[in-house]
Design a protein around this ligand. Structure first.
Ligand code: TXA
Ligand code: MG
Length: 353
């Protein structure tokens, strides 16, 4: 599969001009594929109402087609035609957190093809706040189905360069709107049942959701390895996403014990002639020596860690790291999303010290 991929640099993403997006919008209307920035990660967009276009997304990503896509909208009026009703909790959360990094699962209307929802009778909908994403969707005039714009199994792209690495020759256009803000995919909440259920943690935290609607359950599939016979409600969560090519292990415990355990493990790996890497934080970076050292952010601001995580995992891939040790993080607020992605990337390999 090789098609000419056009690369468009948006001059000032915060004040994007319609003229810069007209060709992209036309490609989407014509059933083609356009990668675009959002506030979470870069998305790979196609017309959500066109089953054939959705199929092209799966081909470009090399992704199993039972994994449903999120339909992106630019205003509230675009929600109604996609769903059979808006449950009270869904309405409340939409008013509080849209546009933003929140995806909600609703019962789908007949307008949404099963090719977009992976055969499900529900549809995931998100209204992004990124100005390029929002304007592109409005100009396209159709809801835009968009998974993260990475090849299946690679970390989600947080820059247009990451998208280029994975998608050049496979899609019609890449819109470069600079690095994304949050760096982790949106929070997913299923509001189709009596109690909202968190299916994927993200920028809108569990604490924020509960603050708005009270009771919110947590899908057990996001807390640990998928148990035998336990099917995650977000089908995509069953795949080992975000997998770096190197073998990643998390080390958990009191900070000084973690540092000395990782130092010892690095020495062992180096002695065996392996290419070893460490993911550390501003607080600990001076305490390591040997191996490839990457600082992912500072513990005093969880958002820095979320922002840099995928780029660090990609960079370690590109450097050919064979063994990666990472410090672990507290599982509250944004840390829940960080640890969810790290645990999956590590295939749930954790050393307690
Ligand atoms: O931040 C994001 O959400 C990004 C940007 C581009 O908006 N998109 C994204 O899409 O992360 P993707 O395809 O990588 O992840 C979508 C997740 C998958 O785990 C999928 O299984 C779940 O959403 N999902 C989609 N539709 C669903 C539905 N009807 N019910 C339950 N889960 C659903
Ligand atoms: Mg993805």
């Amino acid at each position: 599969m090789s098609i000419q991929t056009k690369y468009i640099q948006i001059a000032t993403p915060a004040a994007v001009q319609d003229q810069e997006l007209l060709e992209a919008a036309q490609i989407i209307r014509d059933g083609g594929l356009v990668a675009f920035p959002t506030e979470t990660v870069y998305g790979l967009g196609a017309n959500a109402l066109d089953e054939k276009a959705a199929k092209k997304i799966y081909e470009a990503k090399g992704r199993p087609s039972d994994n449903p896509l999120i339909a992106h909208i630019s205003c509230y009026e675009e929600l109604e035609p996609l769903v059979t009703g808006i449950p009270q909790a869904g309405g409340k959360l939409a008013r509080r957190y849209w546009p933003g990094p929140l995806t909600m699962v609703f019962p789908k209307s007949p307008a949404v093809p099963y090719g977009t929802t992976g055969g499900l009778d529900t549809v995931a909908v998100r209204m992004p706040s990124d100005p390029v994403a929002s304007r592109l969707i409005a100009l396209a005039g159709v809801p835009v189905a968009a998974p993260s714009a990475n090849l299946s199994g690679r970390p989600s792209p947080t820059t247009a360069r990451h998208v280029w690495q994975d998608m050049n020759g496979r899609i019609n256009m890449i819109l470069d709107g600079g690095p994304v803000g949050i760096g982790l995919e949106s929070t997913i909440v299923d509001v189709s049942g009596p109690v909202p259920v968190l299916l994927r943690p993200g920028g809108i935290t569990l604490e924020m959701l509960r603050d708005t609607v009270g009771k919110v359950e947590v899908d057990p599939a996001i807390q640990g390895p998928p148990a035998e016979g336990l099917r995650p409600k977000a089908p995509g969560m069953k795949y080992r996403h975000y997998a770096p090519r190197g073998e990643l292990t998390l080390v958990e415990g009191e900070s000084r014990a973690v540092v000395s355990a990782i130092r010892r493990l690095v020495e062992e790996g180096l002695a065996e002639g392996r290419k070893v890497a460490v993911i550390c934080t501003e607080e600990t970076r001076d305490q390591y020596s040997g191996g490839i050292l990457r600082c992912v952010g500072t513990r005093t601001r969880q958002e820095t860690i979320a922002h840099n995580l995928f780029a660090v995992l990609r960079e370690l891939d590109d450097l050919g790291a064979e063994i990666i040790y990472s410090e672990s993080f507290s599982q509250d607020h944004l840390g829940r999303a960080v640890m969810n992605r790290l645990m999956k990337a590590a295939g749930y390999r954790v050393i307690q010290v």
